[in-house]
Design a protein around this ligand. Structure first.
Ligand code: ADP
Ligand code: MG
Ligand code: MG
Length: 864
């Protein structure tokens, strides 16, 4: 089947076949943009290559030679003919963008003869030999695996010997001399056809380099995609002052503002910008130099944005005043920019609300919930760089990525400081709280990768001098030298570098963010509730848009200095009479908290779960604490110690807890139910609209639920009768044990609602103790025994299967469609899990207050 595609044979939809870069080059060329002609070898050929390695798959050369003939006809040049040479760039590109991971060779087809002829014909030998030496270095690096430094060092030594300050001092004869010197240390073949074959093989091989493999692992990119190879005729940005190269975003990728944002380097090649060696200027310089070309560039921005209906990231080159577009793709953007652009594009009529929501990465929304620098806080700015990736990061200085990873694993907050970052720094960047680089622009490796990760980054910070060998950072403003272990704070939204730690605040009120959430609310089906245990949590949850409380863990109201001893007194009571006395005191606390929660959540359901954890969790374990407690509650220390000992369990999570507790000590459940009903009646008397729900935890057999729910109804009924009041309330259960899920149909008659407790359900389905996974789960994830942490994302195949059975059971029972089903484990705020809940047709998800906005967006995305 066909392996080689000319640009006019591809479309933007062909990403899987041609790679993103190739597909977009084809598209741009077909919509009439100035793209140098070329062809693409398909991604599938890359996988074929791993069977024929080191040879190219048979017949491939013949196939691409046909394409080259056509390009020769289009350009009027000839590949390998010194009199009229066609030079190529050989570029990689997978279906999913992997910035900086796979390498490009430029000006392929160069050799001594070609260079001599070109120099003669162009009258620009400086350009020719500069190009030639770049080619030798790139080819040696990418194809022959030599180190770039070998060549950099030769150049530095040569410039020093001539007392040249910069590359611009180098004349034609100097570059010619460099070519001679480079050729002494490398073995680049002279034959262009051999060069091309080797380069194509190298691009294919680069798919399997350790750094590419690592990047794919970190970003969940399948290995079977393969990379395409684009072979494209060259244009040159280094032909003089009327030439240059640049990158641009059609909108600001940091703030989302609808203003293009670009960087341009005069008389330079593309790699100079990306590598962050020279810090480029913005586009105003270009506008001044060549207003007409600048206008044309703006037209290209506009056309591409309308065509792709999204913000584009564009690479372009100007050769002797003529513009060429070399790449476009949907630009990476910060969370803030993603949201702002989505809102503005809907308002501009470019995209629909649905599309806008689908484009936003729900996980990235964390950003809006994260703290920023408190404007009223004291701070000392010691340097300023470029605001490359927003967010605030504080940490101890660390100068290598390996060490950053180690220190982070030890629990330290580190700030990774580098002259500039490369693909080898990805693990360090991932471990660090922030990244600070001395060199590089807004599109340098550090900036692009940090934005993708959501890590704060300040790049191009020329007010610092980094010494990698000495592991020091010099603050040029003051001359002060900082060392490994000193603390700095960076603000990736302003570019500021500050001394020590700086006070932070949270801001969740971004207007665009709120608009996106409003749209999400219009489009979602799932109700989003919060897990909230206290009135404060409940208020936060309401602010963040929770429509009720899906789980209030009543035992959390037992903590606090005035309360915990009462709880202990209750647990340590000698008999029921004594226990009732303590319970009466607890009733007061509990009822008051519940009343306040009802008032905050007026009109929304609030689910109170009866006491769940093993009693032992409330008790001290240290002898001196036990003695102190005994003193405070007026009991004998030895007796108290013995009682505590008696309550100890080998496997508390599988012991006396959940509904088992309520069955053993019905008076505890009675008190809690009374508190709920009294609280609701009081809230109602104050004019609120309480919607109480009482949930019975850790049920596995129907009889448990029968007894427990009967107790709830009896108690509630009694209170209502005493008070001569009417109140609607619901009784439900948790589905958090496999047996309950399997027999959900038999539980259904005793419940008006149920909530999957996916934490316990995961724990009991896998047989993993949630508190002990640290011993094996990291390895499981690393070795891919498990793809995902099942406590973070619902395990669809196992836990999800049980949930499916339970949903069918409940829905199949009499009146089953009216029984609300939800999830209240940690996974309730995880976008993938929310998607699964939508598929199951659940009624709600409940998650911690700060994840509520993420869940609202994820629920809308799942429903679209
Ligand atoms: P990356 O994926 O690292 O961005 P590219 O394939 O885009 O790699 O190539 C790197 C640089 O090489 C680009 O920034 C571009 O400026 C330059 N380049 C690629 N192809 C050509 C070409 N045909 N003519 C001139 N420059 C090119
Ligand atoms: Mg590259
Ligand atoms: Mg590129």
């Amino acid at each position: 089947s066909k392996r080689v595609y000319l640009f006019n044979e591809g479309r933007k939809e062909d990403k899987a076949l041609l790679g993103g870069k190739g597909a977009n080059l084809a598209e741009m060329s077909n919509i009439g943009l100035p793209v140098p002609p070329g062809f693409i070898i398909s991604t599938a050929t890359c996988l074929q290559y791993f069977d024929s390695e080191p040879n190219l798959p048979s017949g491939l050369v013949e196939e691409y030679m046909t394409a080259i003939k056509i390009i020769e006809a289009q350009t009027g040049k000839e590949f390998g003919n010194p009199e009229n040479p066609l030079l190529f760039s050989v570029r990689s590109g997978a279906a999913i963008s992997m910035p900086g991971m796979l390498d490009t060779v430029l000006s392929l087809g160069m050799n001594d003869e070609v260079a001599a002829a070109l120099a003669r014909k162009s009258g620009n030998p400086r350009w020719v030999y500069d190009t030639y030496r770049r080619f030798l270095q790139m080819f040696s690096n990418v194809v022959l695996g030599m180190k770039m430094e070998v060549f950099d060092d030769l150049l530095v030594a040569y410039k020093a010997s001539k007392e040249y300050r910069s590359d611009t001092d180098m004349q034609a004869t100097d570059w010619e001399e460099m070519v001679r010197r480079y050729k002494e240390v490398t073995t680049v073949p002279a034959d262009p056809h051999e060069q091309l074959q080797l380069a194509i093989r190298a691009v294919f091989s680069s798919w399997m380099t350790p750094r590419a493999i690592k990047y794919r692992q970190y970003n969940d990119i399948p290995e079977t995609l393969g990379t395409g190879v684009t072979v494209q005729s060259m244009v040159f940005g280094n032909m003089g002052e009327d030439s240059g190269t640049g990158v641009a975003f059609t909108r600001n990728p940091s703030t989302g503002e609808n203003v293009h944002f670009g960087e341009y380097l005069q008389n330079a090649c593309g790699e100079d910008v990306v590598a962050g060696i020279r810090t480029p200027e913005d586009l105003t310089g270009l506008k001044a130099q060549n207003p007409q070309l600048y206008e044309e560039l703006l037209r290209v921005f506009d056309l591409l944005e309308k065509h792709y209906r999204d913000m584009q990231d564009i690479e372009f080159t100007v050769e002797k005043g003529k513009l060429y577009v070399l790449q476009c793709r949907s630009g990476k953007r910060t969370a803030k920019a993603a949201v702002t652009m989505a809102v503005e594009m809907v308002e501009e009529g470019l995209i629909s609300k649905e599309e806008a929501l689908l484009r936003i990465d729900a996980k990235q929304m964390d950003f809006f919930l994260h703290p920023t620098i408190d404007p009223s806080a004291a701070k000392t700015v010691v340097a300023k760089g470029l605001p490359a990736s927003p967010g605030v990061g504080t940490g101890v200085l660390c100068f290598t990525s390996d060490e950053a990873e180690v220190l982070a694993k030890e629990g330290q907050d580190v700030l990774l400081v580098r002259k500039e970052t490369t693909a080898e720094d990805v693990h360090g960047m991932k471990s660090a709280k922030g990244v600070l680089t001395q060199h590089g622009g807004m599109t340098s490796h550090a900036a692009v990768v940090a934005r993708g990760m959501g890590a704060p980054c300040v790049s191009g910070c020329h007010e610092i001098e980094v010494d990698n060998a000495k592991e020091t950072l010099t603050l040029l403003r003051s001359g002060r030298v900082l060392h490994k272990g000193d603390t700095l704070t960076i603000d990736g939204s302003t570019g500021e570098v500050m001394e020590g730690k700086v006070a932070l605040i949270r801001s969740t009120s971004d207007a665009d963010f709120q608009k996106v959430l409003d749209w999400a609310d219009e489009l979602r089906r799932l109700r989003v509730k919060a897990n909230a245990d206290t009135p404060d949590d409940a208020r936060k949850a309401r602010e963040l848009g929770a429509e009720g409380i899906g789980l209030s863990r009543t035992e959390h109201m037992f903590f606090g200095p005035a309360r915990i001893d009462v709880v202990r007194e209750m647990i340590l009571a000698n008999d029921k009479a004594e226990r009732l006395k303590s319970l009466e005191k607890l009733f007061v606390f509990q009822k008051e908290d519940m009343r306040e929660i009802f008032s905050v959540m007026s009109g929304f359901p609030v689910t109170f779960r009866l006491l769940d954890p093993p009693l032992h969790e409330f008790l001290p374990s240290e002898p001196k604490d036990i003695a102190a407690l005994a003193g405070r509650i007026g009991k004998d220390a030895t007796l108290v110690a013995n009682k505590i000992k008696a309550l100890e369990e080998v496997n508390p999570m599988l012991g006396l807890r959940g509904c088992r507790l309520g069955l053993a000590f019905p008076e505890i459940s009675e008190m809690q139910v009374r508190a709920v009903i009294h609280a609701a009646l009081e809230a109602k008397a104050q004019g609120y609209d309480p919607r109480p729900e009482i949930m019975i935890p850790l049920v596995s057999v129907a009889k448990e639920l029968e007894v427990a729910s009967a107790l709830v109804h009896a108690t509630a009924g009694q209170v209502l009768e005493e008070k001569k009041a009417v109140l609607e309330y619901k009784v439900g259960t948790m589905l958090e044990l496999p047996r309950a899920c399997l027999n959900a149909r038999s539980l259904a008659p005793m419940m008006e609602f149920a909530s999957f407790g996916t934490n316990d359900l995961t724990q009991s389905t896998f047989g993993f103790s949630r508190d002990d996974i640290g011993g094996f789960l990291p390895r499981y994830l690393e070795e891919k025994i498990l793809e995902k942490d099942p406590f973070a994302t619902i395990d669809v195949e196992g836990v999800g299967q049980l949930m499916r059975v339970a949903v069918e059971g409940v829905r199949g029972a009499e009146g089953g469609d009216d029984k609300a089903l939800g999830v209240c484990g940690e996974q309730g705020g995880d976008p993938k899990s929310v998607q699964f809940c939508e598929e199951l047709g659940l009624n709600s998800v409940s998650c911690s207050p700060f994840r509520v906005p993420i869940a609202r967006l994820a629920a809308a995305q799942a429903a679209i």
